[in-house]
Design a binder for this molecule. Structure first.
Ligand code: AMP
Ligand code: MG
Length: 547
């Protein structure tokens, strides 16, 4: 069997003559293409696409594909072994130079609200879907290359991606999965062997950077914007077809298409989105660009761009310098933005209903869904068996005031909290234990210290009242409070080394973040405050949309 060439092949080493490589055993069923209309044009030039959900487009051939890192768990999901991932064919295929039988590359059409304004057609400008693998269990996994060349949706941009943003997307997708946060996955990150011009901070300093491609994996990459664009084009027949397709393949439990199942579907999307955001808040994740084109219809975290992790607990923080003015997508604003985005989705699907009453009622339930997840999540972070509205909200609010006065590392603080829970012994000072999470311990004034001590006393009293078995309590706290997250500087040092030709830190991070809730004594160096050099370093604390 031979590979189907995209247009040009660039094997670094010759491919096996008659390969029995299991890559060929991958089985594809591209229902999105089979059941929904294609753009009739296949020429690759920028345009407005109507009456279609996607355009067939070939990836751009790349000079010298080389696999940098892969996720064995994601490979397993689609039925690939480690050996197969190590083959040169794998690098060629997942950089877009070669296609397997059954692959049918295409870019999806969608629109979106960017920073609160309707932006019209966006679409996969540099993402190319290869097709849906059906694995042994019958699960559907769509494969998508990001940075594989321009598509008709590229709006004049180059369709490429650079190494730094590709490593960030690869690592964070997998880290989020292991943290238990709903997310798209990443199969691999490959170098293209080509350079890409980028002005990282949009300040006139353009540089050539190594190009890369990430292969993302998810049941579907449909977004809120996939539905919005059809309503904006007043193509309600196609809107209905796309909704019916989504229900049939991804929400079969909701029954046959109709007003009832449409409303039930919207309700489930609201619930899943609420759960996803509560998880982000739990682990300290800031998405950075919550535009409606970056909101998955399956409630998955999608499109890792200028995201970041809270280091010192600052509710107003956003890593995205492009959003520095309004801070629309700051940490504490994420639940409200999710609600706003769901409102836009409701507007998009509203033509399928006689009136807006049902949608409005569901939309009004979102804060309840979120509050429900949030309070359960907060109770587990603090080690309580349940969240008691009055006292616990007060305890939480008081803690936030302390965080605003004393710069405190979020991940470390919550992880250390289990050490001062019921197992607390008389001869250890709880503030000394928690103090490891303070960035400037020497600057803490005596009255601030006193306030922290008061808070600890109240907290321990509340724990004693709760009466949970101490061992169980520590265990459940440690499952809510990760020991290791992808701190902003960690991704950056992996990028710096990989740029110098050594990808070993990507593997080290991947391995570490595979078990974020476990103690990993040999990796204690990552359970530490952000190093001072990373406080203001670009890439560590500030990022732009340039990727
Ligand atoms: P994002 O901010 O990454 O969600 O991207 C917003 C839109 O811009 C999407 O339609 C992307 O496909 C598109 N886009 C971003 N970067 C590029 C690029 N380098 N080439 C083509 N399209 C891009
Ligand atoms: Mg996007």
């Amino acid at each position: 069997m031979t590979l189907l060439l995209s247009t040009k092949m660039n094997f670094v080493t010759p491919p096996p003559q008659d390969s029995d490589n299991g890559l060929y055993a991958l089985r594809f069923k591209n229902s999105f293409l089979d059941e929904l209309p294609a753009d009739p044009l296949e020429e690759n030039y920028c345009r407005q696409v109507k009456c279609a959900c996607y355009t067939r487009v070939k990836p751009k051939p790349m000079e010298k594909p080389r696999m940098l890192a892969f996720s064995s768990e994601t490979a397993q999901l689609i039925g690939l072994s480690e050996d197969q991932c190590l083959s040169q064919e794998f690098a060629e295929i997942f950089t877009g130079n070669a296609l397997l039988p059954g692959m049918d590359p295409h870019a999806m059409c969608y629109g979106g609200h960017q920073f609160g304004n309707w932006a019209g057609q966006l679409g996969d400008g540099r993402a190319i879907n290869l097709g849906d693998v059906i694995n042994e269990k019958g699960e559907r996994w769509a494969l998508q290359l990001k940075g594989a060349g321009p598509t008709p949706y590229a709006r004049g941009a180059d369709g490429l991606a650079v190494l730094r943003s590709s490593i960030r997307e690869f690592l964070c997708s997998e880290a989020m999965h292991h943290l238990g946060v709903p997310t798209t996955r990443a199969l691999c990150v490959n170098l293209t062997g080509e350079e890409v011009l980028r002005d990282m901070f949009y300040n006139g300093n353009s540089l050539m950077e190594p190009g890369a491609v990430v292969c993302r994996v998810a049941p579907s990459f449909l977004r809120f914007g996939s539905f919005q664009i059809l309503t904006a084009q007043q193509d309600i027949d196609l809107l209905r077809r796309l909704v019916d397709f989504t229900l049939k393949h991804f929400y079969p439990e909701l029954g046959p298409p109709g007003k009832e199942s449409y409303l039930a579907w919207f309700r489930v999307i609201c619930q899943r989105t609420a759960k996803m955001i509560a998880d982000w808040m739990r682990v300290g994740f800031v998405h950075g660009v919550m535009n409606t084109d970056n909101m998955s219809i399956l409630g998955l975290t999608i499109d890792y761009g200028p995201y970041g992790w809270l280091e010192d607990y600052d509710p107003d923080w956003t890593p995205n310098t492009t959003d520095a003015g309004g801070r629309r997508y700051r940490y504490s604003h994420q639940p409200q933005i999710a609600h706003w985005n769901l409102w836009q989705l409701a507007n998009a699907i509203q033509p399928l209903f006689k009136n807006t009453q049902g949608l409005e009622e569901v939309l009004n339930e979102f804060p309840v869904f979120y509050q429900d997840h949030w309070s359960r999540m907060m109770a587990s972070k603090l080690g309580f068996s349940e969240f008691r509205m009055e006292p616990d909200q007060m305890l939480w609010d008081e803690l936030l005031v302390l965080f605003s006065e004393v710069e405190t590392d979020m991940t470390m603080f919550f992880r250390l909290l289990s050490r001062i829970s019921n197992t607390f012994s008389e001869d250890s000072d709880p503030l000394e234990i928690l103090g490891k999470a303070f960035y400037r311990p020497d600057d803490i004034r005596p009255e601030q210290q006193e306030k922290f001590q008061q808070w600890i006393i109240k907290y321990q009293e509340r724990l004693a009242e709760d009466g949970m078995d101490p061992e169980q309590q520590v265990e459940s706290m440690n499952l809510a409070n990760p020991k290791y997250v992808l701190r902003n500087y960690m991704a950056q040092i992996a990028i710096d080394q990989a740029t110098e030709g050594d990808p070993s830190l990507i593997k080290e991070m991947l391995e570490l973040l595979r078990r974020p809730y476990d103690e990993q004594p040999e990796q204690e160096k990552y359970f530490a405050l952000r190093p001072e050099w990373a406080r203001h370093r670009p890439g560590c604390s500030m990022l732009s949309c340039s990727s």
